[in-house]
Every structure is written in structure tokens, then in C-alpha cells.
Write a protein that binds this ligand. Sequence first.
Ligand code: MN
Ligand code: MN
Length: 309
Amino acid sequence: MEFKPLSGRQFPRFSAIKTFFRMPIAEVTDDFDIAMFGAPFDGAVSYRPGARFAPTAVREASSLGRGFHWSRGLSLFESKRIADIGDCPVVPISIDQTYARIEEFVTSIVKSQKKFVSCGGDHSTTLPVLRALRKHHGKPLAFIHFDAHLDTYPAAWGCEYHHGSFARHAIEEGLIDPKKTLQIGIRGPLAGGDDLDFVKKHGLRVLTVDDIRSKPLEEILHDLPSFDDTPTYLTYDIDCLDPAYAPGTGTPVPGGLTTYETQRILRALKVPNLVGGDIVEISPPFDQSQITALAGVDAMFEILCMLAR
Ligand code: MN
Ligand code: MN
């Protein structure tokens, strides 16, 4: 099999069957390097639904994606063999059963020695991914988390598992190392000042929008923490962006980052052992002119480039 994007000269970009970046569809056991898949589940959202439609919308928007990254000087699809392995099985009315299926699906990817990037889904879909990676690597992961929200919040309506509690569960289950965790783009409002207690208690490093805007961007980029060779996972909640840059999301928060700022941060992060990543919380029914889907495509491309290092 040839792992090349379908040529826009042969089939114009509005035509043909939609896959991520017009890459071929493959089985997880085929011989290639990086898998892309969808996790179409939004059964754990607290406000606007719709993230289950994100993989389809992002595949569509990714038709415009190209393979050469100008500032990285990287020809992505020539440097690695990348394929779309379709969508992970989910059960739209069961969080438990969806988690089990995602964990099993990701386990099959890492067992076949591949890295991956997924397109969620609400942010709860990241938890079973981390469970699979924790088991596979045998130690807690380093963790990079773009978000407006801490996602360390308590149970809601008596339910432990929802899209705002995945990061707390990841720490409580020992899936990620809080001392090697960086949260980027965080901002208020919080339900109460005690929402910060968990973060302080566990020593997570938080880069708020205020922090990022307090100095010239070049200084912020220069001072980003460096990561060691611990297996590292990157999750990109699209609501880290301001609603002007990502209107199509479940719980938008004004006063966020620009698409350009997150591009620059993603390009500046030094992560020697990135093993996987995801983009989550894109809700196409609330999107306008594909703005959010395109921002998701762009973040996915940056993560792929980081995985290809
Ligand atoms: Mn989130
Ligand atoms: Mn969020």
C-alpha cells in the first residue's frame, strides 16, 4: 500500500471519499507508522452536545490539508507512513461500554507499535486512551493539556465520569504524572475558588491565558517547560481557543487563545517522546463556516508533525 494523500490534481479536493488528510484507509495491523482515528462519542457532555459529529466534519475539512509544514521544514507524509483507521467503536448511550471499547481499540494500536492521533468526541474520551497507554508503557505519562477548563472537577449530578472530570480521574488512577503535567489556555469562570484546590494539591503546572498574555509571545515560548523522555500524551480541547476562533464547541469560554498562539506554542514545545494525541470537543452543529473544524484540522496537523519527529 502507498501511504500518500490522494492527489488534488487527480481528484479535486471537494471530491472523493473523505478520510483524514485524504490519506488511505488501513487496518491497524498493516505496516505503517501513525494511525488517525475518530472517537465519535458525546455522551458525557454537560452542556451543548454534537461532538459525536466531529470526526466526520474534520475529515471533510481536512481535504484542504497539505503535507508540507513551512516553519518546521517537514514533509509530513513523506517522512512517515500515516493512515486513517476509521472510527473507534462506541456505544452512544453508555459511557462505561464506550470507555471499554476505546481502551481496547487504543491497545490494539499500541500493541502494533504505532503512534496515533484521534479526533473526539467529548473530552471524556481521553480517559480510556490514557488507561490503555498507562498499561502499555507501565508507568504514568507526561501530559500536555490545552483547554479553557481544568477538567479536574467533581462528580456532576452524582455521576463521576463526564467531560469535565477526566483529568482528575487520570491523576487519581495514576495514569499521568501530575508533576509532568502542563495545562495551557486555562481561564475562568470557575464554579468556586475551591476548583483550584485539586490542581494546587497535586502540583500541576498551569499556563493561564493571563500568563500567556502577560509577556511577549516569544518570551513565553522560550520559557515553556521542557519534557524528558517519559512517554507523553497531548490532548487539545478546541475550547482553549476563543469562541471567535472556535465557535463550534460544547462549553465555549470567552477570552481565549487565538489559533495562531496555539500554533506557535505547539511548534515551540519540545517533547522527545510523544506517543499520541487527540483533538476533542469540536461540535459541528454549533460551528460556523467550518471555522472550528479547520482549527481542529490544523491542530491535528501540528500533532502529527510532533509525532513524526
Ligand atoms: Mn476539556
Ligand atoms: Mn474545555
